[in-house]
Design a protein around this ligand. Structure first.
Ligand SMILES: Nc1ncnc2c1ncn2[C@@H]1O[C@H](COP(=O)(O)OP(=O)(O)O)[C@@H](O)[C@H]1O
Ligand SMILES: [Mg+2]
Length: 296
């Protein structure tokens, strides 16, 4: 079976119906510069289900996330978004008794392959969490270099170069370049989150997963991170979980809507489409109900 492909973006069918909704969500311009035909699949999720012990959390999700695109997962709390995200870089299995089925491929190679090292997977597929989590005893520079040291990457001068590169790529360099030895914890919340993004990209991943990365931040810091996501998508595959529909509409090229189904009490992927289609002409009534605020 093949993964669910996001259909090629189509023209709006009914402007009377879709115009207000488009306005409501300010659907952004696609950051995906390549024509749709040139899309390269970066992460292929194929019939993935996940459990915590006997409790099923995700059922049979298939979708393809494209390189140099932002893919968003939306849906009510508890519908399995974080679990699915954590399956992608094998963090799910860190939970005692947790397991997953199905296949996840990065650039065509199975991340759950028998000879694949989970640590190497987590280098190639980095993760940024909800609450900024700089290492409390480390300076700004040490925080960014932490992953490099942990993974034994690079000489001292290479490390310095990578710290600078990562801080620039995270739009933090100008604010901290004279304070690299100050504690990471001394930064504001929004700066700390950009520091965590810098720490993630310092090890040169191919994919960056972000689980509600702005939910602890104020609106100004949130917009900065959103701008950064679009910028990072030029180099990386970005997959975000967000409870903020406006955010998905603003930054994501593709959006997947997940929902917990009564039949098995686990999250299913209801619809996966180019973001503007999902928000302006949802294919499923449940998607429409969710984005118009009827539940969730
Ligand atoms: N560590 C865990 N142990 C047991 N159940 C969990 C754990 N984490 C999440 N769950 C359950 O899995 C389901 C999906 O959770 P989650 O993936 O966190 O959803 P979301 O991110 O969409 O809010 C929920 O029913 C939640 O209670
Ligand atoms: Mg979550």
């Amino acid at each position: 079976m093949t993964s669910q492909q996001a259909p090629v973006e189509t023209q709006t069918q009914d402007d009377r119906m879709t115009a207000p909704r488009r306005e409501m969500f300010q659907v952004g311009e696609s950051t995906d510069g390549a024509s749709r035909d040139e899309r390269r699949v970066s992460v292929a999720i194929d019939h993935v289900s996940a459990w915590y012990g006997a409790k099923r959390a995700v059922t049979d999700v298939s979708l393809e996330a494209y390189a140099n695109s932002v893919t968003a997962l939306i849906g009510p709390s508890g519908c399995g978004k974080s679990t699915l995200l954590r399956c992608i870089n094998r963090m799910h299995e860190i939970n005692v008794g947790a397991r997953a089925e199905g296949s996840i491929r990065l650039e065509g190679a199975d991340v759950y392959g028998a000879d694949v090292d989970a640590t190497r997977v987590r280098q190639r597929i980095g993760m940024v969490f909800q609450k900024p989590n700089p290492f409390p005893t480390m300076s700004i520079a040490e925080n960014v270099a932490a992953g490099l040291r942990f993974m034994n990457i690079g000489s001292k001068s290479e490390t310095q170069d990578r710290v600078e590169y990562a801080l620039k790529a995270s739009a933090l360099w100008d604010e901290v370049k004279n304070d690299l030895n100050k504690p990471g914890m001394a930064l504001s919340g929004g700066q700390q989150q950009r520091l965590c993004i810098a720490r993630t990209i310092a090890v040169e991943p191919e994919v960056v997963l972000m689980d509600e990365p702005c939910s602890a931040l104020d609106p100004v810091a949130t917009l900065k991170i959103e701008d950064l996501m679009s910028e990072l998508a030029k180099r990386y595959t970005i997959i975000i979980v967000t409870h903020n529909l406006q955010q998905a509409a603003r930054v994501a090229d593709y959006t997947g809507f997940m929902l917990m189904e009564e039949s098995d009490g686990a999250g299913h992927l209801i619809e996966y489409s180019p973001t503007s289609d999902l928000f302006t002409q949802p294919k499923d009534k449940r998607t429409e109900d969710f984005i118009t605020g009827r539940f969730g």
